[in-house]
Design a protein around this ligand. Structure first.
Ligand code: DX5
Ligand code: ZN
Length: 220
């Protein structure tokens, strides 16, 4: 049975955009190994964030965190190389836009990164089912992507259970990540449904005690 240890991946979207290096340092100083980087193109989602240069700048500032890079882009295949060169460790791409998903997932690995496939709340698990053997991570969005601070959608729990069931049946090893509205309460439900990788933006950066937040996720 595949059961990865729980990993917290704080979303820098909720960090200090005037000093993202400080936000990344705060995460690393807690002993957290991953950081989630949300890239938005104002087209696939109705918001804009930053680009590959921001990842490169974080590396230059000394960050050794695992860069969990979530591309919310209509044409992710055009940018995977730039993100790999900028220091991404994992690059996740959405299933919804039209492009060659299989070739792009393979290209991400050729570039020396792990790959991930992402699905929006309205996209059924069956849409990514044929890709499960070719990915290192599946990201189930638990909000409609574009903005932090939205409420967690409990109706995504059956989707997690379905994807976890396929993972067990086929003896696959990908991580199962959740993103959107995650807090210490619903993370327990997501873990029970098969999730092992927890993005947290608002709830993490606003937490009074971030060290105990990180420890609680690690102990799930
Ligand atoms: C939403 C992003 C999320 C966001 C999560 O489009 O993909 O990663 O930062 O933020 P919270 O945890 O505040 O919902
Ligand atoms: Zn994200």
């Amino acid at each position: 049975m595949v059961r990865h240890p729980s990993v917290l991946t704080p979303s820098i979207l909720a960090g200090d955009h005037a000093n993202l290096a400080a936000s990344a340092r705060l995460v690393a100083d807690l002993g957290v190994k991953w950081i989630h980087l949300d890239l938005m193109d104002g087209h696939f989602v109705p918001n804009l964030t930053f680009g590959p240069e921001t990842l490169a700048a974080l590396r230059r500032a000394g960050s050794k965190l695992f860069f969990d890079t979530h591309l919310m882009l209509s044409e992710p295949h055009r940018y995977v190389e730039a993100f790999a060169k900028a220091g991404a460790n994992l690059i996740s791409i959405h299933i919804e836009p039209t492009y060659d998903h299989v070739a792009t997932l393979a290209r991400i690995r050729d570039l020396g990164c792990q790959n991930g496939i992402v699905l929006n709340p309205g996209t059924p698990a069956t849409a990514i089912e044929p890709l499960l053997a070719f990915v290192d991570l599946v990201l189930v969005m638990t909000v409609q992507p574009g903005f932090g601070g939205q409420p967690f959608r409990r109706d995504m729990l059956p989707k997690l259970r379905q994807i976890d069931a396929w993972r067990q049946e086929r003896n696959l090893n990908f991580r199962l990540e959740v993103d959107g509205g995650i807090d210490l309460t619903n993370a327990v439900d997501c873990r029970a449904a098969g999730a092992d990788t927890f993005v947290a933006g608002t709830s993490f950066f606003r937490a009074a005690d971030q060290a105990s937040y990180a420890a609680t996720i690690a102990a799930l």
